[in-house]
Ligand binder design. Structure first.
Ligand code: NAP
Length: 290
C-alpha cells in the first residue's frame, strides 16, 4: 500500500516504522511544515520521500494525519479536498469532538476515520519515533457510523497488525473519558514541575532527589507546549470538570494530613491502592491476549 504521513513526529514516525516492518506500507511519502523534519525522517529511513501536502496525498491508499490538534483542523480538510475517491484518511489526534464536528459535512467525510492511539512518550519530532510503540496498546475509533465500513475495517486491520486493541466510542464520550485518564495527568505533571521549579531553587537538588518519585510523576511535564496547549483548549469543558474534581480531592487529602488524621489517611491510601488491581490486572489480561 502507498502510505502518506502528514506530520513526521513521534506518532506519525512511529506508525510509519511499524507499518513498514509489518509489510503493510510499501511506499511511504511524508509531508511536514518543517523541511528539517522531512529531511531527518528521510535520512532515518522513516519515509522514502517527502512532498508538499497536495502532491503527497494524491496517490495514497492511506493518509495518516499526525500533527498537533489545532493544525489538524486546517490540515484534515486540505487532505480530504485532495485525495482520490478510494483513499482512506485517519488522524491520531488526542481530541476528537472538534475535529469530527469540523468535517461532518465534508463531501469525503466517509473516507475519514477518526482515531486516537493511546500510546506515546514525552518526546517529539522524527528522532523520537520508535519501533513497537503501539504494541499491546489500545486505539479508539470514534463515530465509526459516519465512515465507510470498508475504511473502518482497513484502519482496524492495520492497527491490529501492529499489536493494538481497537475499541469504539462516540467523539464526545472519548473527550470526556480521555480528560480524566490522559489530559488531567498532564495538567498535574506540569503543575508539579512548576511547583518544584519555583520552590527548589537548587537544580542539583532536583536532579539528585528525583529518584524519590518526582522523575516518574513529572515525566509528562517534559511534553511540548505545541502539542498540549491546543489539546487543553479543545477539551476545555471536560478537562475543567476533571481539574475541579482533582482540586477537591487534593484539598480533602491535604486536610487529612493537616489534621494528623492517621487512621483516615491510612484508610484513604489503602483504598486508592486499588488502582494497582485495575492497572496491573488489565495489563496482565492484555498480555494474555484477552
Ligand atoms: P510531534 O512529535 O511534535 O510531531 C508533529 C509534527 O507535525 C511535527 O513535525 C510538526 O512540525 C508537524 N506539524 C505541525 N503543524 C503542521 C502542519 N500544519 N502541517 C504539517 N506538519 C505540521 O507530535 P506527536 O507527539 O507525534 O503528535 C502528533 C499527534 O498525535 C497530535 O495530534 C497528538 O494529539 C497525537 N497524539 C500524541 C501522543 C503523544 O504521546 N505524543 C499520543 C497519542 C496521540 P513542527 O515541530 O515544526 O511544528
Amino acid at each position: 500500500m502507498n502510505l502518506t504521513v502528514v506530520g513526521l513526529g513521534l506518532i506519525g514516525g512511529s506508525l510509519a516504522k511499524d507499518l513498514r516492518t509489518k509489510g503493510i506500507a510499501k511506499t511511504i511519502i511524508g509531508s511536514d511544515k518543517s523541511l528539517i523534519h522531512c529531511q531527518k525522517a528521510k535520512e532515518l529511513g522513516i519515509i522514502d520521500d517527502y512532498k508538499p501536502l497536495e502532491e503527497a496525498v494524491k496517490e495514497a491508499d492511506i493518509v495518516i494525519v499526525s500533527v498537533p490538534v489545532n493544525a489538524t483542523l486546517k490540515v484534515l480538510p486540505q487532505v480530504l479536498d485532495n485525495i482520490s475517491e478510494k483513499t482512506v484518511v485517519m488522524d491520531v489526534g488526542s481530541t476528537k469532538s472538534e475535529i469530527c464536528k469540523l468535517i461532518q459535512n465534508h463531501p469525503k467525510r466517509k473516507n475519514y476515520v477518526a482515531n486516537h492511539p493511546i500510546a506515546g512518550t514525552e518526546n517529539s519530532g522524527p528522532e523520537a519515533a520508535i519501533d513497537g510503540l503501539f504494541d499491546k496498546k489500545t486505539t479508539i475509533i470514534c463515530e465509526q457510523e459516519k465512515s465507510d465500513p470498508k475504511a473502518v475495517l482497513l484502519i482496524k486491520i492495520i492497527h491490529e497488525a501492529i499489536g493494538m486493541h481497537v475499541i469504539h466510542m462516540d467523539a464526545d464520550e472519548h473527550d470526556r473519558h480521555i480528560a480524566y485518564v490522559s489530559h488531567l495527568s498532564h495538567v498535574i505533571s506540569y503543575v508539579l514541575g512548576k511547583t518544584v521549579l519555583e520552590i527548589e531553587k537548587d537544580e542539583t537538588n532536583i536532579f539528585e532527589l528525583a529518584g524519590s518519585g518526582f522523575a516518574s510523576t513529572a515525566r509528562l511535564a517534559k511534553s511540548s507546549p505545541e502539542m498540549w496547549t491546543p489539546i487543553f483548549l479543545q477539551n476545555k469543558k471536560s478537562l475543567l470538570k476533571s481539574v475541579d474534581e482533582y482540586i477537591k480531592n487534593l484539598n480533602d487529602f491535604r486536610e487529612l494530613i493537616a489534621n494528623n488524621d492517621e487512621n483516615a489517611l491510612f484508610e484513604e491510601i489503602g483504598k486508592i491502592n486499588d488502582i494497582r488491581r485495575v492497572l496491573d490486572g488489565l495489563a496482565l489480561k492484555r498480555a494474555k491476549g484477552h
